[in-house]
Design a protein around this ligand. Structure first.
Ligand code: SF4
Ligand code: SF4
Length: 238
């Protein structure tokens, strides 16, 4: 599999499946066979995910990326052997120095990250596309503070009942069917299903602007089902 396919969801899933460490082997930078240079994307993704691991209390050394050409079997063998040795030294997931200890808590945190993948990609899209040339830039490319800021201030999307015109555009665009939609009824976002992709916010017509962003901890309760009907004014016929 091309290293360009490595993304936050894939890395989260690997740890959710109980792996103690993840090794990403990628082609040498600037030697990608495709114009997309997916190995740069793999690099920025790994750097981002390491910060996320740090944030949720997992040793970031459990994740590694190594660049090599297909002719460098020796580099592959040596780096994998060293990585395995390192992971054995750190110990099983959750038991490493500074880690939460309770594997269930860690799994919950990885699941939360999984739910936030579209949001994280949306927030860090520009930086993920940067091509880092100098290894010196790697360490602080994503800072601890910026990841804290992103994950502590997660937004939620909310449809203001007094503004919604039930045009249904948002419900059609939602990729996970998180919007409770019916003809002539105020639309409501199911916060449990919402993956925070922001599509409803983008698609709600400018003149209506019924979708808003609020801090995730301050989402108002959904409007009761029996109050969702929109009463439209009858046209006057002269
Ligand atoms: S942000 Fe809007 S479109 Fe995206 S998943 Fe949530 S409700 Fe659906
Ligand atoms: S796009 Fe806006 S106005 Fe239309 S149903 Fe969704 S929230 Fe309501």
């Amino acid at each position: 599999m091309c290293s360009g396919r490595v993304d936050i969801a894939l890395l989260s899933r690997a740890f959710l499946n109980g792996l103690d460490g993840v090794f990403v082997g990628a082609c040498r930078l600037d030697e990608c066979n495709y114009v997309t240079n997916g190995n740069y994307y793999a690099l920025t993704t790994v750097l981002l995910f390491k910060r996320i691991m740090e944030y949720i209390g997992v040793n970031p050394e459990r994740l590694m990326i190594q660049f090599m050409s297909s002719a460098e079997a020796n580099v592959f063998v040596e780096s994998v052997n060293n990585f395995v040795k390192k992971i054995k030294g750190i110990g099983p997931l959750g038991k490493g120095m500074g880690e939460a200890g309770d594997i269930k808590i860690l799994m919950e945190r990885f699941k939360n990250i999984m739910n936030l993948v579209p949001y994280i990609k949306l927030m860090k899209n520009d930086k993920l596309a940067v091509r880092l040339k100098d290894p010196k830039d790697y360490d602080e490319f994503f800072t601890k503070e910026e990841i804290e800021e992103m994950l502590m201030n997660v937004v939620a999307y909310y449809i203001m009942p007094e503004k919604c015109q039930a045009c249904m555009l948002c419900a059609r665009r939602c990729p996970v069917e998180a919007i409770i939609s019916a003809k002539s009824e105020i639309h409501v976002i199911d916060q449990e299903k919402c993956i925070k992709c922001g599509s409803c916010f983008d698609v709600c017509p400018e003149r209506i602007r019924a979708v808003t962003k609020v801090p995730a901890s301050e989402v108002p309760p959904p409007i009761p089902e029996n109050q969702r009907r929109i009463m439209r004014k009858e046209r006057q016929v002269s």
